[in-house]
Ligand binder design. Structure first.
Ligand SMILES: Nc1ncnc2c1ncn2[C@@H]1O[C@H](COP(=O)(O)OP(=O)(O)OP(=O)(O)O)[C@@H](O)[C@H]1O
Length: 732
């Protein structure tokens, strides 16, 4: 006969087999899950780790986990009420679940009797002589979808049968059960290789998505809801597409995240799964950061700030928990750990820092001798209660830069950083929680905005969001270099990223069909932050745009002409895949209207081309420049109005030999513009290209090729220079 451990191992196998997941058994054991009881440790975020990816499998695993949990709870209850005589429990259930694709019930007489190895490989098992079938009422938990149970037997290893009088079980304040004889509830408590639930607070970086409901205005406009939140960890976007023959079809994109909150989720729901675990980390002396990311009007401020005083946001809920915990520590008389709460609130607007608690005083971020970024002059306000903290936050929010955007009349145009700092009586920092309400992401791609200031804002937001993602990813891959200095945002958040800090990103999305593109951009951004987590750079294909003929027939956003038709032939595959060679070839992106071939932004003066997106990726006009230019910088001279104008075309590997200070400065400006424009293009490309092609090297290669083609085209378009010396110069 086998040892009990082997019996339990087989039990896990049998459980998995009953729901058709036995092929994943090796992954479970590799994760340290060796017994059926260990299944209760699994969260939905772990499903991918054990190799369960498809929705059907996930649903089955979910039901199995719920079942194990409910049985554990029942067992606890029974123990509290005197328990049953035998710790060895064999449970036989009739059915497992309904409404899912779980195969029909296979009644399994799996029991406490020794199990032979052959049984593990699937041969029928014999009945147990001391089988005890425990009749249990079906547990209906409010959030549980377990309605019926299938023939899964759970064998719980226990102490020896009939081993004397049972000790009394006492319920502790923390919810655990203890025996009066000092032993734990189960003497054979397993030594978990997989020690804890991987809740959000235990991961270094977690990514969640929140979908808001359609607003009144959107409802009035008759917008369709194209975002579906599924199963708490996946979201599907139904994108309306038009084929070449003008028929419309729906393209579905599915993304998986650690948590997905639907429109019915409240701020409290979001808080409990996102910021709450981080607060626990902060109270233990750590640092944590919670971001709200998303397009304008997607609900970032609603999530962070809420609508005080009726509906509290993450700020208030976190403050409440922090004070509750601190007060309880003080009530215990533990003066050694007494903490004081300080709050600072500032914004990053167009690359500059402004103190929202000090009349928008300009601030400067500097690194001290220990490479810790300090914000010189930042005001920290000591707060004694939740209410005073909220007052401070509201006051600071009033100081924030706001404007009107297409979808949000009160749109935040800056990144707001709220830091709740804990300090001990010696004023030493003992934990810090940062909340970042990021500026609306869509402005970065909004190249049609005629307002120059908006374009500048967009470029800045664009750059900082890209930098933020790069930092999170490089941290998660534990790269040696993290590009904190790429933007002010990442620079000031550096401290939150290093060491034992934890990060949670909440990607907010709007459900309306007019926002589909932005929603997809947001989800892709979040997905890219998430996808490399812990994967050592390995990509996992989680986004599955798929042709959806069924939806074509049923969708409310299909045209009448297309209703009832299947998607056009030929478009089905090529059109649904975001074909790499269509969207990513720079030359094709330049073609329409020939705008990119223009060497001069029409009707605009020097410097106007910056930040306008692809149409304006063209020559920068700098005049006049003295001294000689570096070898890698293509240049052109033209006589305009009696003076020489120099056109500079940045090229790779340039090494300037320019000596004069003015020349250096101008060259620096050109490079800076070039860099920003490239970044913007890169980001835009990144959001439009299929993920399979989006490896870093590939993106760089595309970018390089794009610049080369651009330069060549611009160069060819120009009339030949009059002076042979210039030609020589270029050839040099
Ligand atoms: N979960 C939600 N439930 C109900 N209403 C919401 C929700 N999320 C957002 N809203 C509403 O949508 C509108 C826009 O939300 P909010 O101002 O938070 O967007 P935002 O992402 O911060 O935009 P911006 O980046 O422009 O500042 C508000 O009227 C808000 O009340």
């Amino acid at each position: 006969s086998l040892e009990p451990v082997e019996a339990m191992t087989s039990c896990l196998y049998e459980c998995l087999r009953e729901v058709g997941l036995q092929r994943h058994y090796p992954c479970f054991t590799a994760m340290g899950l060796r017994r059926a009881g260990h299944l209760s440790l699994l969260t939905m975020g772990d499903y991918s780790s054990v190799g369960v990816h498809s929705m059907g499998d996930r649903a089955r695993l979910f039901h199995l986990v719920q079942l194990v949990k409910s049985l554990e709870e029942e067992e606890e209850e029974e123990e509290d009420h005197g328990g049953h005589d035998d710790d060895r429990v064999v449970i036989t259930r009739k059915t497992f679940t309904s409404g899912s694709k779980v195969p029909a019930c296979r009644q399994l007489d799996f029991d406490g009797s020794p199990i032979h190895k052959t049984q593990i490989s699937g041969t029928p098992m014999r009945s147990c002589p001391h089988k005890q079938t425990v009749r249990r009422s079906t547990v209906h938990r409010s959030n549980s979808k377990v309605t019926q149970r299938q023939g899964v037997c759970i064998y719980k290893e226990g102490t020896t049968i009939g081993s004397g009088p049972r000790p009394e079980v006492r319920r502790e304040a923390d919810g655990t059960s203890r025996r009066t004889d000092g032993t734990s509830r189960r003497t054979d408590e397993p030594t978990y290789m997989y020690t804890s639930r991987r809740t959000i607070g235990e991961q270094r970086i977690s990514v969640c998505v929140r979908k808001r409901p359609l607003t009144n205005a959107e409802n009035r406009r008759g917008e369709a809801d194209v975002v579906t939140a599924h199963d708490g960890d996946s979201v599907v976007v139904h994108e309306s597409k038009e084929a070449v023959d003008l028929t419309q079809y729906i393209l579905q994109h599915r993304f998986n995240y650690d948590e997905v909150f639907g429109e019915e989720s409240s701020n409290v729901d979001v808080y409990l799964k996102t910021a709450f675990p981080l607060i626990q980390h902060v109270l233990n002396g750590g640092k944590a950061t919670c971001f709200a990311y998303g397009q304008t009007g997607a609900g970032k401020t609603h999530t962070m700030l809420g609508c005080p005083p009726q509906r509290q946001g993450l700020y208030a809920l976190a403050a409440r928990d922090i004070f509750t915990q601190l007060h309880s520590t003080q009530d215990c008389g533990n003066s050694a750990v007494t903490s004081h709460v300080y709050v600072s609130f500032f914004e990053i607007y167009c690359g500059q820092l402004y103190d929202l608690l000090d009349r928008r005083k300009r601030l400067f971020a500097r690194e001290d001798g220990h490479q810790v970024v300090q914000i010189a002059g930042l005001r920290e306000v000591k707060v004694e209660s939740v209410n005073s903290l909220l007052e401070v936050i509201l006051w600071g929010t009033g100081e924030r830069t706001q404007g009107v955007s297409g979808v949000n009349p009160v749109s935040s145009r800056s990144h707001a950083l709220l830091q709740i700092q804990l300090r001990d009586s010696g004023h030493r920092a003992t934990g810090r929680m940062s909340f970042v309400d990021l500026a609306g992401s869509e402005r970065a791609a909004d190249s049609r905005d005629p307002d120059r200031l908006s374009r500048m804002e967009g470029a800045e937001i664009n750059q900082s969001l890209l930098a933020l993602k790069e930092c999170i990813r490089s941290l998660d891959q534990e790269q040696s270099h993290t590009p904190f200095r790429q933007s002010k945002l990442t620079q000031v958040l550096k401290d939150s990223f290093v060491g034992d800090s934890k990060t949670c990103m909440i990607a907010n999305v709007s459900p309306g069909h007019l926002a589909t593109k932005h929603t997809l951009n947001t989800l892709r951004y979040a997905d890219r932050v998430k996808e490399l987590r812990g994967g050592g750079g390995r990509r996992r294909p989680t986004v599955t745009p798929s042709p959806s003929p069924e939806h074509d027939q049923t969708s409310s956003i299909g045209t009448s002409a297309s209703r009832g038709k299947s998607p056009p032939k030929g478009v089905k595959l090529g059109g649904h895949r975001e074909a790499p060679n269509v969207t990513s070839t720079p030359a094709r992106r330049l073609a329409p209207g020939g705008a990119l071939l223009c060497s001069t932004p029409k009707g605009q003066g020097a410097g106007e081309g910056f930040g306008r997106g692809r149409e304006d990726l063209c020559l920068e006009h700098t005049t006049p420049v003295r001294g000689s230019l570096g070898r890698g910088l293509w240049r052109r001279r033209r006589r305009e109005g009696g003076r020489t104008t120099l056109w500079e075309i940045p090229s790779e590997g340039r090494a300037t030999t320019k000596k004069t200070a003015e020349g250096q400065r101008e060259l620096g400006e050109v490079r800076e513009r070039d860099r920003r424009t490239s970044t913007e293009w890169e980001r835009e490309r990144e959001t439009e290209t299929p993920r399979e092609l989006e490896s870093e090297k590939e993106r760089e290669r595309h970018l390089r090729r794009y610049h080369q083609q651009l330069q060549q085209m611009q160069w060819l378009q120009q009339p030949l220079p009059a002076s042979p010396s210039v030609c020589r110069g270029v050839e040099e």
